[in-house]
Design a protein around this ligand. Structure first.
Ligand code: NAP
Length: 326
């Protein structure tokens, strides 16, 4: 496993981050422990969770993913070996102040996340998405307090638009506040445009770390979704609605052919393509089993040729689509 510095910080994270959004509803606690053990064994030292995970599915609720990770830390006594990223912003209950990026919600949420995670610190605390109801100064002042109190080491943003990020840098700079050091956007062969067109120039200019989510399009870029059938997945409906488009099926066709030539699998090729993007520090992978994890880890062994890149970049091209729309 390789490790990379997160943007301009001194924090080293593993080249794959383990996503934990599936823990508590798709993957039960016992199997989550096995997945976490196997990931750490393979050198994945960085975990991504959120306060709202995993509030989907029967028997699950917001906070369950963090609780599972907390019990795993406690059971294995390994908190020091991990880099822990979590998030705040989502709706934790129907109470009026139990969502968003206000000072009140951030400070109380950090406290509750620390309790669930059974830890004294969060390595990377992320705004789950932008909150247009709250001035960025208020949000960044609340994060700065957490950093000064020693319970948060770095802060990051997720799902922010380029203009929202740039405004946040301006506010941090103007008032001497903590700055977002990383971005967590969606980025895959099936979702390139926003990242490459709008976010990447900001990322490069401000030396931001990038831990992109859904590098396999939530499972679509595995070849298991076809025009006639969907896999047996609790996320199948959502993924089909978002990704089952003619263009994405063409991407999967190209992935299949390239995978065959490399004696590899479709997800391995899709991940190898993401790993090669210079601005990506580490993709967040969302595996449901140790088989999926082991398979995806082999993406590091694949070197795509110039022809492979040309083919994948052409079939997923967004510039041409933008040009045609003019
Ligand atoms: N910031 C945000 O708003 C946000 C949003 C979404 C996710 N995230 C984070 O990013 C993480 C990853 O997101 P994601 O789950 O969408 O990532 P992903 O890697 O695009 O998709 C993961 C899904 O693909 C399928 N899969 C993975 N490896 C496979 C393999 N080798 N063979 C066959 N199927 C395979 C599995 O789904 P099935 O088995 O069900 O098909 C798995 O749940 C999450 O856990 C979370 O930490 C953040």
């Amino acid at each position: 496993m390789n490790y990379r510095k997160l943007g301009r910080t001194g924090l080293r994270i593993s080249r794959f981050v383990l996503g934990t959004m599936q823990m508590g509803w798709i993957v039960n606690e016992e199997d989550s422990f096995k997945l976490l053990d196997a990931a750490l064994e393979a050198g994945i030292t960085t975990l991504d969770t959120a306060d709202v995970y995993s509030k989907w599915g029967e028997g699950s609720y917001a906070g369950k993913s963090e609780e599972i990770i907390g019990r795993w830390f406690n059971d294995r006594g390994n908190r020091d070996d991990l880099v822990l990223a979590t998030k705040v912003r989502g709706e934790m209950s129907e109470k009026p102040n139990d969502a968003g990026l206000s000072r009140t919600h951030i400070l109380s949420s950090a406290d509750r996340s620390l309790n669930r995670l059974q830890t004294e610190w969060i390595d990377l605390y992320q705004s789950h998405s932008f909150d247009s109801d709250v001035p960025q100064e208020e949000t960044l002042r609340a994060y700065t307090k957490l950093v000064e109190d020693g319970v948060v080491n770095y802060i990051g943003a997720s799902n922010f638009a380029a203009a929202e990020l740039v405004e946040s840098f301006w506010v941090s700079d103007k008032y001497g506040l903590a700055r977002y050091e990383s971005l967590q956007p969606p980025y895959s062969l099936a979702r390139r445009r926003d990242y490459e067109k709008h976010l990447e120039p900001v990322i490069k200019k401000h030396d931001l770390g990038v831990i992109n989510y859904s590098p396999l399009g939530g499972g679509f870029l595995t070849g298991r979704y076809t025009k006639d059938s969907t896999p047996d997945s609790k996320r199948a409906q959502t993924i089909t609605t978002r990704y089952a488009k003619e263009r994405n099926f063409r991407i999967v066709e190209s992935l299949k052919e390239i995978a065959e030539a490399h004696h590899a699998t479709v997800p391995q090729i899709a991940l190898a393509w993401v790993l090669a993007r210079e601005t990506v520090t580490a993709p967040i992978i969302g595996v449901n089993s140790i088989d999926q994890l082991n398979q995806n880890l082999r993406a590091f062994e694949i070197t795509l040729s110039t022809d492979d890149f040309d083919r994948l970049n052409t079939v997923s091209d967004w510039e041409e689509m933008d040009f045609m729309a003019r």
